[in-house]
Ligand binder design. Sequence first.
Ligand code: ASP
Length: 443
Amino acid sequence: MGIGMSKVVKFGGSSLASAEQFEKVGNIIRADEERRYVVPSAPGKRFKDDEKVTDMLYACYRLAEEGKDFKGKLGEIRARYREIIEGLGLSLSLEEEFRVIEQNFQDMAGSDYAASRGEYLNGIIMADYLGYEFIDAASVICFDESGAFDAEKTDGLLSLRLSACERAVVPGFYGAYPDGRVKTFSRGGSDVTGSIVAKAVKADVYENWTDVSGFLIADPRIIDQPEGIETITYRELRELSYMGASVLHEDAIFPVRQEGIPINIRNTNAPEDNGTWIVGSTCQKSKYVITGIAGKKGFCSINIEKDMMNSEIGFGRKILQAFEENGISFEHVPSGIDTMTVYVHQDEFMHKEQKVVAAIHRLCNPDVIDIESDLALIAVVGRGMKSTRGTAGRIFSALAHSNINVKMIDQGSSELNIIIGVANDDFEDAIKAVYDIFVITRL
Ligand code: ASP
């Protein structure tokens, strides 16, 4: 690794969708010489109804698999790259690369290979444009035979490779099996690559550039122009992303978290904005008691009652066993003296419902089983809650004022979040009520 500070910068698809976007990215990188390692996504949408190159590649490969003519589609993809190269005035040609890709599609190289070409080709352009070295991710990001990411092997290889390299471009989203076949992460996986690269070079910061100025306190589809989050901890973010807040791939947190490297979410279209800082721990208070609100619809609750349940050791385990036997994971399990309720995802549970009920009867012999569907769970998350009295009280009085019936309450003992269950129909109003009380009126 070269001496001095280094930043790993990952750019999302919309930041690299056209030559004009590439130029913005180039300016950002050149503005700070510590931005030495660049992880690009494939070109994303240029406008609302545009197609992402990754989706085009999947569709193109499907044609090849079906034995249909895929060359037209591949030509459209080639045109996307040509437009970028010409727009940037580069003399680079990808003709040979496309010849190889066409041949590999014909030879059924696999849909992971196909999808990965989006990042691969964009990486070649980016390296040429910046004058950085290009490193094929297939040579440094490793998966094992079973397809699991091999963190240790990757870290060894990547840190060695990058130590010899002052500035480099490593395309996101893919790596390779031990036999060299290409394997991708799940969709949005360039975020994960960025995190892995940041860990390998022990970067000072992992900057993740996208098309929004960081995380927002609540979903902008529900709250009109919600405020942004300046600083959030990994743990808070994990809670919020689990409940549906998306900006960053869920798995992108782990590699940098191990090294204590902060992530800075930034906006390519507004580089002057500070964005959101995601950190291990901080003494910075969040502006409000809560850091964020997120939630999901589509849960079911299965309420089980049995007299003297409390004195029967192992009852809870047996109930959960009924879910485990059917391959269903549970979300929350609030309980009373003679009752226990299990919250599950409706779409996972629905078609196995009667099997689970039968298993509960067989294993626990309950008095009553009640099932309720169309429920939503909302997570109110904030490191500030621990030191503030009355947070729960404020949430519930806000919900009561909005005429919302609370069906479930769950506060983890970490006091980092409070989970509330409401009817699907009350979901949006509940989020508005909580946002209003903490951020707008601050009563
Ligand atoms: N291009 C891939 C996708 O669309 C990966 C990424 O952008 O992170 O999912």
